[in-house]
Structures are given as C-alpha cells and as structure tokens.
Design a protein around this ligand. Structure first.
Ligand code: AMP
Ligand code: MG
Length: 338
C-alpha cells in the first residue's frame, strides 16, 4: 500500500475524511501526539489499527470527537459532572470514561463496558473529525513499543506502507498525553495523569482518586483499582488437539465454542470469528463473540486457537490471559485440564 502524504489544507482534510469514511487509516495531528485514526463505529476499521501498529495485544482506544454533542451518543448516560468537565476542559487533553452506548463496537474498548472519549485541541484534528462525520478511534501513530510520534516524519518512519495516509502538519504542540478520568466510580478516578492538571480537575470535581502509577506490564493490579481489561465471567479453556485427557469433563451442550472457523456440533452455542479465516475479521468480531458466549448461561467457553500471525498474535495473547486451562474434545464431552 502506498501511504499518501496529505497537505495540511482543506483539500488534505477532504481526502483524509474520505479515507476514514471508507474504513481506511489516517494518521493525524492532535495537540498531544499524532494519532492513528479509524472510523470508531466500524469494528473492521478499528481492527486495522492494531494490525498496522503491530500491537501484540488489544488495549482500549480513545475515541476522538468534535465536541460534547458528538460525545453524548457514544455514552449510555451522561451525568452532570461529565457535562461540567466537558464545558471546562474541552477541547483539550482530558479523556472521560463512562459506560458505552451500543454505537461503540467492542474492539474499541477491548471488551470493556466503558468507553474513553475526548475532544482534541487541534484545528486539523477537529476539521478531520467533522468532515469525516464520525467519531475517530485513535491511539498514538507509532509501531508497538516505539516512542509516540510528535511529527509526521516519525509517523512515516513507523507506518509508511501500512496506512492509507498521513496529514503532514509538522510538529505537535504539546507532546504530553491526555489525562484519563473514569466517571464510573464516585469519587471519580484518574486512570492516567496527563496534560490536564489534577489541581484544575479538583476545582470542578472536588474529590478525586488517583491510581497508583503502574509499575510494569503484567504487574498485579493494586487492590481497589478497576479492571482495565474485560475478563469473562465463566472459565475459558484453550482447545488443543489430542485424545481426551484429565479427570474433569463437561457435556458439550454446557459449553460454548469460540471458533476461528469451520463447523461445530453439539455445543450449547457456537461463535465463529471468521468463516473465511480472515484474521482481521476475526479480531473485529472477537470481543463481541466472547461477550455473547459469556452471557449465554453456559458453564464454560472452549476457544479454538488462531494462527499466530498478524492480528492472530493479539487474539492469542487475549485468549491465553483469559484461559483457566486447556481442553480436549471427544464426541460428547469437553475434557478439562486446569
Ligand atoms: P493511548 O493509547 O496512549 O491513547 O492510551 C489510552 C489510555 O486510555 C490508556 O491508559 C487506556 O488504558 C485508557 N483507556 C482507554 N479506554 C478506556 C476505557 N474504556 N476504560 C478505561 N481506560 C481506558
Ligand atoms: Mg500509545
């Protein structure tokens, strides 16, 4: 794919907006860093973000809007405190987390019931969102594990050939990420400190809880912190080939199967991620399928492994972290080894 370098002009914005509307990826400047944007209402478009970044796992992505009016339909409910914070701090580096509405696909929130939304303070970002006519999901426009890009040249170094276009608008003014605040709890909780100072937030919010800094990936969450990732309520077992093994078994009827592809029989519920074996489609469907199985009144989920290439790496990461053990099948039963 040739990555188009678009002028920081009305014509550039028009082209970028057209690409976003068509499900493509456009890197664009915000006041913090360059974002890698996709139509936030399209699961397939958002799946491509993870693919382009080469992220080995799914994380919830911030949704960018052109103003409070565009934010409100993305949330299930909008408390007065959210309105007060938007009025005071938007546009700007403040991201608000609230229960999501049905408009937001599950891959945007990595399966969480909440969505993070902000209005960036950058004229080109706002023009792009307005012209695209949809909210734009965007993490930083770097490859996984590399520093965030604060200039379109960095974006091209990382992502040339992997995305449709970049808006070439030079350096970003702030370079520090947004403050992320969850309004799901009372008092509200700061999930990530950033460009909006806590002192200023306290003037509007009053009491604020602040998460202890996260020491490293995979460190045990401090007591009382919100789960940052969706975990199924019923146990999940990774399917492996081979004859039945172990002493614990469940009838197939009591289990759901989260299948990559193919035909599956006798399970209580079957969710196929991609009949054609397309990993991008599988990623787009993944969290919604997991939720369906979790809510179906079953005893366990059996997950078929997917190929570990492209987005399959992130899917397998998620499955391994969700798994309580391994499963093997015979015609009647699911055999479990915890
Ligand atoms: P970035 O990828 O740098 O834009 O970071 C996004 C930040 O927002 C991360 O710290 C995420 O954990 C956080 N975040 C995004 N969506 C949610 C959500 N629904 N609930 C909680 N935190 C979120
Ligand atoms: Mg990032």
């Amino acid at each position: 794919m040739d990555t188009q370098v678009l002028d920081c002009s009305a014509a550039g914005i028009a082209k970028a907006a057209e690409i976003v509307r068509a499900g493509g990826l456009v890197a664009f400047p915000t006041e913090t860093v360059y974002g890698l944007g996709a139509n936030a209402l399209s699961a397939q478009a958002v799946a491509r973000i993870f693919e382009a970044k080469g992220r080995p796992r799914f994380d919830p992505i911030i949704v960018h809007v052109a103003g409070p009016k565009e934010a409100e339909p993305l949330w299930a409910e909008v408390p007065p405190l959210a309105r007060a914070l938007m009025a005071r701090f938007w546009p700007g580096p403040l991201t608000l987390v609230l229960p999501k509405s049905g408009l937001i696909p599950e891959i945007v929130t990595a399966g969480l019931p909440t969505v993070a939304v902000r209005m960036p303070d950058h004229p080109m970002a706002l023009a792009l969102i307005r012209e695209a006519g949809c909210p734009i999901a965007a993490p930083s426009a770097n490859r996984f594990g590399r520093p965030s890009p604060t200039h379109h040249d960095h974006v091209l170094d990382y992502l040339a050939g992997r995305i449709e276009a970049v808006l070439a608008c030079g350096p970003t003014p702030v370079g520090i990420e947004s403050t992320v605040v969850s309004l799901v709890e009372t008092p509200p909780r700061v999930l990530r400190p950033g460009g909006t100072p806590l002192e200023a937030l306290r003037e509007v919010v009053g009491e604020l809880r602040v998460d202890p800094p996260r020491v490293s990936q995979g460190a045990a969450p401090a007591p009382g912190t919100l789960p940052r990732h969706y975990v199924p309520q019923i146990p999940l077992f990774l399917l492996e080939p081979g004859p039945p093994e172990g002493r614990e078994k469940l009838p197939r009827r009591r289990c759901g199967i989260l299948a990559f592809r193919g035909e599956w029989h006798d399970f209580g519920r079957v969710e196929v991620l991609s009949q054609s074996g397309d990993l991008r489609e599988a990623a787009a469907n993944f969290f919604a399928a997991l939720h369906e199985l979790d809510r179906a009144g079953l005893s366990a989920i059996v997950a078929e492994p997917v190929p570990e290439e492209g987005l399959g790496v992130a899917i397998m990461d998620r499955l391994r972290r969700a798994a309580s053990g391994r499963a093997r099948l015979d015609d009647e039963f699911v055999w479990i080894v915890r």
